[in-house]
Design a protein around this ligand. Structure first.
Ligand SMILES: [Zn+2]
Length: 472
């Protein structure tokens, strides 16, 4: 394409913002409008947006190929009620796609040789092996995600002029960059982008927090806990005295109460992904994460049969976006284990909730027939104040071909009795998991080389060493 042939697209004229805000209402108006809708009214909005999303998805090469392979025809889907007949896919299917011209992957559906230019954003998955998985966002995709970030933070107490310190990696991965955009554009608060520990050393993060009085921290719970412990034990600063009101984290199985006690602040859970941004978040009542249902349909299904689970029953999260032009996600199996929350939230909203993310189904380890999630181990460890809450699970195979799990856990103080700590944790983990694992107490800071705690937002909790074990 020659330079003269195409006008340069300008971001602020690439969208009708007024129309967008009527459709995806930003905070605070959202809480007087969409948030108050009945289930039927929400379903009607979802149905209409879903059919438009399907029209778009049929233009995307990945779906054309994947759906044809499964015998799906455009006429098969007439309403949201037909959603269960669409074949789900997972990240493995995205990776296996025909991707001759990266980063213009076949699931994105944008062709730089044929399409009109538009201002695009590229971010990636946190991919730890090989090249990261690219995701491209159009202005509208990105604005809807920003509006939802704004709603979430407003719901969790963020107000104009508040400083919000974001301790997520800033770079290729979406989390930190997306938080900045949403805070800046849709909350009136001021993002302070200190990034991960690799970008701003932890001590400096705390000095900045103390001096500028950030009211909220956005990050992964393990790093937020690490910051609290560095403040308390290395800098002699009581985190509770820093005036932080809220910790906005992907809580997973981490202990909410111990993080709240460490910081003297409310912990709000959030569920999101690189492809879609925030999908669900705690309201002030912290009784399950409300799904932003004007933008997403979130199913909780049996991982094998894909049949829906009842509220309270665990299954995998399967997500369908209702707004994306680039890389629409139609029944994307996230492999995250969650459950729909039964009953209604005290806040009065009819938006459905999920009770939390219990682990990733592809991180699951089978020990003597029992399914074990490394994340559940973390929940037990972080409740024991003799530890830093930091741990790594090492999976090995013994000479008889049996899998065994060793949990290395950091003792908070050099004076801690390793054998006592190991004994207690072994018993507690047996109670919590239903199977015995080995526990090894190590010195503070020792597992960071496995987990990447101070280097990245993508913290590892499981190392599979079976390939190098005695018999494999
Ligand atoms: Zn609520």
């Amino acid at each position: 394409m020659s330079v003269s042939a195409a006008a340069i697209p300008r971001y602020y004229s690439s969208l009708d913002f007024q129309a967008l805000w009527r459709e995806y209402v930003p905070a605070p108006d959202f809480f007087e409008t969409t948030w108050r809708l009945s289930r039927d009214e929400l379903r009607a909005i979802q149905n209409e947006r879903f059919l438009r999303q399907m029209t778009r998805a049929w233009q995307v090469p990945f779906y054309k190929r994947y759906w044809a392979l499964h015998g799906l025809q455009p006429g098969d889907i007439r309403s949201l009620d037909d959603l269960p007949s669409i074949p789900p896919f997972s990240v493995h299917d995205l990776r296996e796609g025909s991707n001759e011209n990266p980063p213009w992957m076949d699931y994105i559906g944008i062709d730089p040789d044929a399409d009109d230019p538009m201002p695009l954003v590229l971010q990636t998955s946190g991919g730890t092996t090989g090249l990261p998985r690219p995701m491209i966002f159009t202005p509208r995709d990105r604005e809807v995600m920003n509006i939802i970030t704004g709603r979430r933070l407003y719901m969790q107490g963020v107000r104009p002029f508040d400083l919000v310190q974001v301790v997520l990696s800033m770079g290729l991965t979406n989390g930190g960059v997306l938080a900045r955009e949403g805070i800046w554009k849709y909350t009136g608060a001021v993002p302070v982008m200190t990034g991960s520990g690799a970008q701003t050393p932890t001590r400096r993060q705390i000095e900045i927090l103390k001096a500028w009085k950030a009211k909220f921290l956005v990050g992964f719970p393990a790093y937020v806990r690490h910051m609290g412990l560095v403040a308390r034990d290395e800098l002699g600063i009581d985190p509770r005295a820093l005036g932080v009101k809220g910790l906005i984290v992907h809580l997973g199985s981490e202990s909410r109460s111990s993080l709240e006690a460490l910081w003297g602040a409310d912990v709000y859970d959030t569920y999101g992904c690189n492809e879609c941004g925030t999908m669900a978040a705690d309201c002030q009542h912290k009784s399950g994460m409300h799904i932003f249902e004007d933008a997403f349909v979130l199913e909780v299904n049996d991982p094998d049969t894909m049949r829906p689970k009842n509220p309270g029953e665990k299954g995998v999260a399967v997500i369908t976006t209702l707004f994306k032009h680039a890389a629409p996600m139609i029944r994307y199996n996230m492999n995250d284990i969650t459950a729909l929350t039964a009953g209604e939230c005290s806040c009065g909203s009819k938006h459905s909730r999920i009770s939390g993310i219990y682990g990733r189904s592809d991180n699951m380890v089978k020990l003597k027939g029992v399914n074990v999630f490394p994340e559940a181990i973390g929940a037990v460890i972080s409740e024991d104040s003799r530890t830093t809450g930091e741990y790594i699970c090492l999976l090995d195979r013994d000479t008889q071909g049996r899998d065994e799990l060793t949990v290395q856990v950091e003792a908070a103080h050099p004076m801690t009795s390793a054998s006592q700590l190991q004994d207690t944790l072994r018993i507690r983990l047996k109670e919590a998991l239903g199977v015995t694992v080995k526990v090894q107490a190590v010195q503070r800071g020792e597992v960071a080389r496995f987990t990447g705690l101070t280097e990245t937002s993508k913290i590892k909790r499981l190392i599979d060493r079976r390939a190098s074990s005695p018999q494999s």
